[in-house]
Design a protein around this ligand. Structure first.
Ligand SMILES: Nc1ncnc2c1ncn2[C@@H]1O[C@H](COP(=O)(O)OP(=O)(O)O)[C@@H](O)[C@H]1O
Ligand SMILES: [Mg+2]
Length: 269
């Protein structure tokens, strides 16, 4: 596995960016690959929707980005560990955060954040905001990512979103031509072939699965996807994850959470 990769997940609103980020992270973590998920959405903070009960204001991504300077130790202090997977941690906006909660930050700060984060985990998955004009962190992720997963939905809204937002990524530093295209949340009656033809080339298809929908509404996305219906979805996620790692992965790495505890002990002693 090529370590310290940044994967940015970006696309139209409601296309499944968060769901896919979490399912991909789960797939890596279950193979003992240390994953950090950066949840950029500050409009609907994701930590409360994924890990309800975490109210720690002092762990907010907004707080971290607005500090006078940031270091790896400070990033560690803002991580939210995952009880179910010791190789997985999150960082994101927390309950009650809004655009005015923290001071704004610069593009340089956003780039620094990724330079430092890259070395904390084997894979950093960035769940980007769709609203690029309001989120310098997502823009920085799209610039520095080793791979961008571009999430489409089989809808006119999705086509309209890309018509508006792709011009924002026309500069060569974004390498928009190298994005990996995912058609997500595809329902039985939707014409994925026609969408692919109109847009021109979809690399992976993620079908709609009712268990995933249920997990999303009940904050259980880290649970396994079981059942016949979920098989094709799971195999699509595994295939996608497989693009970033060699099977079987080099297991027995020290879990993220252990490193986190040790680092924090070091800071406090
Ligand atoms: N593969 C899927 N199967 C079923 N429902 C899905 C799937 N992907 C996404 N969804 C549904 O779409 C909603 C929006 O997904 P989400 O990941 O939150 O979108 P985004 O982060 O792009 O705004 C989820 O709450 C879930 O109900
Ligand atoms: Mg989201």
């Amino acid at each position: 596995m090529n370590n310290h990769q940044i994967i940015a997940v970006w696309g139209s609103p409601g296309s499944g960016k968060t769901v896919t980020s979490i399912k991909l992270a789960r797939e890596f973590a279950s193979r003992q690959i240390n994953v950090l998920v950066v949840l950029c959405d500050s409009v609907c903070p994701s930590i409360p929707t994924l890990l309800p009960g975490i109210h720690a204001k002092e762990q907010s991504l907004g707080r971290l980005l607005s500090l006078p300077s940031i270091s790896q130790e400070q990033i560690f202090q803002h991580l939210v560990p995952c009880k179910a997977f010791s190789h997985l941690a999150f960082i994101g906006y927390v309950h009650g955060d809004n655009a005015f909660t923290y001071a704004s930050y610069t593009k340089e700060r956003a780039l620094d954040f990724f330079t430092l984060s890259r070395h904390l985990a084997d894979v950093v998955i960035v769940d980007c905001s769709s609203v690029l004009s309001a989120d310098p962190l997502s823009v920085a992720a799209l610039e520095v990512a080793d791979q961008v997963l571009r999430m489409h939905e089989c809808t006119l809204k999705s086509l309209s979103y890309f018509a508006s937002h792709l011009p924002l990524l026309s500069d060569s530093r974004f390498h928009a031509d190298r994005h990996l295209h995912l058609l997500s949340n595809v329902k039985a009656k939707q014409d994925s072939v026609q969408y692919s033809n109109v847009f021109g080339g979809i690399h992976h298809l993620l079908p709609f699965v009712s268990i995933v929908e249920q997990q999303a509404v009940s904050a259980r996305l880290l649970d396994a996807c079981e059942g016949k219906d979920a098989r094709s979805y799971l195999s699509a996620i595994q295939k996608l994850a497989g693009r970033f790692m060699d099977y079987p992965s080099k297991a027995d790495k020290e879990p993220f959470i252990q490193r986190l505890i040790q680092r924090l002990k070091g800071v406090r002693s």
